[in-house]
Design a protein around this ligand. Structure first.
Ligand code: Z5A
Length: 223
């Protein structure tokens, strides 16, 4: 009989601009790899060749004139390819996957801020994501002005979404917190208004509590 490979775990990082998602995705992957967990870091929009092409159109603002429903459909189309080409094969091969943004970003940016009908959003997510829901979603939370300041300090050119005003970004923060309240079994809110190392420690604690304890009893715990 052939060897069976257990499915990997799927972790997503969500939150507003400059919350530290990319930084924390890298630090979490380092922590997992140090413990022998084969880990893949990916991102949205993007994460597969076709989805990266769609990313260019979305972040340049080329799709924006078509409205939030068209943007939601485009982000979801990119997600279908990302899941098909990158995420599902990695999980099936036993890798853990960390995605810098996923479907909650569509819910928050296009659904809530774009004022799209909840029934449309639910159906779109069902079609694009299906059974491939994250095992754990880390919502990195911090005041919008601090996140925007961080993002601007890094790059002087604002993309399609960074260019939105303060009330948009305040609404975004609330939208992510509302998702976390609605799905507490999947989501953990992380205080991202702390030094990188402290944020990373909080994230590791959440991963230990939610994922490592379940079926990896021999996995090393942090002191
Ligand atoms: N979008 C959407 O509308 N719908 C969707 O379905 C999806 C996405 C999937 C993607 O852009 C855009 O697409 C995004 C939402 C929309 N909107 N925007 N803009 P992106 O991927 O280019 O940008 P982003 O996702 O917002 O990421 P970001 O701005 O790069 O931020 P981040 O990844 O959260 O943060 P970071 O790169 O790790 O850190 C930002 C800076 O802060 C950097 O200089 C760090 O060194 C610094 N940093 C990080 N952590 C800390 C701490 N703890 N203290 C101080 N400084 C820190």
């Amino acid at each position: 009989m052939g060897e069976t490979t257990s499915r990997g775990r799927f972790i997503t990082l969500e939150g507003g601009e400059g919350a530290g998602k990319s930084t924390q995705a890298r630090l979490l992957a380092d922590s997992l790899r140090r413990r022998g967990v084969d880990t893949l870091v990916t991102r949205e929009p993007g994460g597969s060749p076709l989805a990266e092409e769609i990313r260019g159109a979305l972040l340049s603002g080329a799709v924006a004139p078509l409205g939030p429903a068209a943007e939601a459909i485009m982000f979801s189309a990119a997600r279908i390819d990302h899941l098909e080409r990158t995420i599902r094969p990695a999980l099936a091969a036993g890798q853990w996957v960390i995605s810098d943004r996923f479907a909650d970003s569509t819910r928050a940016y296009q659904g809530v801020l774009g004022a799209l009908a909840p029934a449309f959003m639910r159906e779109l997510e069902r079609v694009a994501v299906g059974e491939n829901r994250p095992d754990l979603t880390l919502v990195l939370d911090l005041p919008a002005d601090i996140g925007l300041e961080r993002a601007r300090a890094r790059s002087s050119v604002a993309d399609r979404f960074e260019a939105e005003g303060q009330s948009f970004h305040d609404g975004l923060r609330e939208a992510f917190l509302a998702i976390a309240r609605e799905e507490p079994d999947r989501c953990v809110v992380i205080d991202a208004d702390q030094e990188e190392e402290r944020v990373a420690a909080d994230i590791w604690r959440a991963v230990e509590d939610r994922l490592l304890d379940l079926d990896e009893p021999d996995m090393e715990r942090l002191p």
